[in-house]
Design a protein around this ligand. Sequence first.
Ligand code: WT7
Length: 664
Amino acid sequence: MRKGDTVSEETLDNLVHEGLTFPPPPDFAAQANGTADLYDKAAADHDGFWAEQARTYLTWSTPFTQSLDWSNPPFAKWFADGELNACVNAVDRHVEAGRGDKVAIHFVGEPEGDTRDITYADLHADVQRAANALADLGVGKGDTVAIYLPMIPEAAVAMLACARLGAPHSVVFGGFSAEALHSRIDDAKAKVVITADGGYRRGAPSALKPAVDAALDHGDTSVEKVLVVRRTGQDTAWNDRDLWWHEALEKAAPTHEAQAFEAEHPLFILYTSGTTGKPKGIFHTTGGYLTQAAYTNAVVHDVHRDTDVYWCTADIGWVTGHSYIVYGPLTNGVTQVMYEGTPDTPHQGRWWQIVQDYKVTILYTAPTAVRTFMKWGTDIPAKFDMSSLRLLGSVGEPINPEAWLWYHKHIGGGRAPIVDTWWQTETGAIMISPLPGVTTLEPGSAQKPIPGISAEILDDEGKPFTTPEQVGYLVLTKPWPSMLRGIWGDPERYKETYWSRFGEKYYFAGDGAKYDADGNIWLLGRVDDVMNVSGHRLSTAEIESALVSHPKVAEAAVVGANDDTTGQAVCAFVILRQEAVGEADEAGEGKDLVQELRNHVAKEIGPIAKPRSIMIVSELPKTRSGKIMRRLLRDVAEGREVGDVTTLADSSVMDLIKTGMAKD
Ligand code: WT7
C-alpha cells in the first residue's frame, strides 16, 4: 500500500486478520465426517485404506479382492476384479433403500419461477427410459456419446444413462464453439450427440443446436443420431438424424435392468487444454473414480445425506460438475441445487436468493465468482438470510487471502469453514484440501494432501524439499483411485505429459507450489503454457493456433496476464500478413480488425477464450533458437518494466512493442 492511499474499512479489517488462522468450530468438528484418524489410517496402509473407502461408499455387484495394481506404471488399475454400475450407485440403490421420495435435484432455471424438484425416484424413472432410448439407437457398452447441454437436469440424466449402459460420455461445455465441439466429437468418435434447442442465459434463450449442426456439417462424422432436449422451445432447424429427447424417452420401455461393468471400464472422457494446440481427452474409469468422488464429497464437503442441501455452482461441462454435481453427491444420496443461469440474472443477488429459498447448507464455488461478488458490494448478500450456510468451498485457482476473508465474512457469516480444494481434470477428485472439522484453516493455502493422497514439492533437479518459501514443482507421489487412466487414444502422450518431467516415480501436475513455515502448501499457478481464466483452463498454443488460422494473421503469441477478477486474462500479440498490414493502415481499420480477431477466436474455440486484448505488432520477442519469450510479453501485458532481454535474438524488438503499446 502506498502512502496517501485511502484505506477502506474492508482492507483494514483484512489487515487485522492477516496471519490469522481459523480453527474448526467445535460444533462443526463434533459432527464432521472427516476425522483426524483418517490421516493415520491412510499412512499405515495406503491400498487398504482406499479399499475400505471403496467398500464404504459404493455398492459392488461383484466385490473386488485387489486394491491397487501398479505392476505396469504409469497405468494404474484399482479394484480391478470388482464389478459395479455407476448409475445404480448414484440412483437405483437409494430408491431400493426406500429413499425414492427424497429430492435429488432442486432445479432452478434462469427465468424466475421456472423450478422443478426431482426426486431420486424421478431420476430413476428418467435414467431407465433414457438408457433404453439410447440402446434403441444402438448405443451399448464401449460406444461413446457426446453431450452438449445447458445446466439442466437432463444433463445429469444423460450422463447417468450413458454410465448405465457402459457407454463413456464426453461432455462438451456449452460455451465451446462448433469447431471445438467438432474436434472433440471426432476424437472420441461419438455415435450419438445429446443436445438441446437452447438454454437460458442472461435473461434470454441462447441457441445450442446450431453449433451441433455446424459441427456435424463437416461431413465425415461418426455421429448417427442427435437427441434434442426441448428446453427453450425456440425454432430449431431439423435434420434426418435428429430426434426429440422427450419423444424418444416416451417411446422407450420404462424399466431397464442395469448390467455391472468391470471397475476399470471407462466411465467418461473429458477434454482439457494442455501445452499443445490439441486438447487432451482425459479419461476416467468407474470404480476408483467413483470411490474418490464420493469419499471426498463426504469428508471434504462434509455432506450429510439426511440434512444437507448442497450446491456446487460449476457447469456440468467441467470436471467439477462431473465429480461434484453428478457422481459424488448423487452416489452419496444427497439433495442438491442445480442452477441454470448467470449470477446476475435478473439481479446481482440471485445466488443469495437461491441460498435463502432452499436453505443451502454447503456452497462450492470458484474464486473468480467470489471476487466478482466483492466488486458488486457487500450490501447485496447482506439483504438475504444465509444463516443456513455451514460450509463453503473454493476450487479452480488459488483463492487470495483477501477474497477468502471476504467469502468467510460476507457469505459464511464468519462461521462457516472454507475448504480450498486443489485438484485437476486429471486427478478426477479433490487431492489437496483442509478437512473442515480437523484442519486449522489458513486463508490462501490449500494446506495438505487429504488422507490417502501423497504430494511433494521438487526443485529444478527433481529433489524434494520442505524449506519454507522455496518455490518448486508440485508432484504426486502415489497412485490414487480417481487418477486419469490416460489420454484417449494416445498412451504415449500420457506418459510424456505427466510421467517424464521428473521420471516415472512422480506425477507432474504442472503447478508451481511452496510450503510456508507451518508446512502448509500454497499453489502458485501453472508452470507450463496453460492459463487459468475464471477457473477455466486454456492453452496459449490453442489460442495462438486459432489466431493463426485467420487469413490476415501471420504469427501470434498469447500470454495470461494477471487480472483482478478472472485471475488471468488472455492477452494476444499478433503479426499481420503483409497484405493485411497495408489494408488495415489505409482503411484505418486497426480497431475493427482487433474485434474481428477476437470474434474469430470465439468462433474457433468459444467465447471463454476471447482475448481481453490483442496488440498488433511487427515483431515478436524470440530467443536465438526461435522460442517466443512469453515472459517479456507478460511484462508488457501487465504494464510492468520489461525484464532481462539479453537472450533475445534481436533486443530492439521490445522497444518496438513498447512504442506500439504507447500509441494505443
Ligand atoms: C488447474 C486444473 C479442479 C477442478 C477445476 C479446474 C488450478 C484448481 C486450485 C486451487 C490453486 C487450483 C491448478 C490446476 N487449480 N484448483 N484450489 N488452488 N490452483 O480443473 O481445468 O483441470 O484445472 O486449476 O492450476 O492445475 P482444471
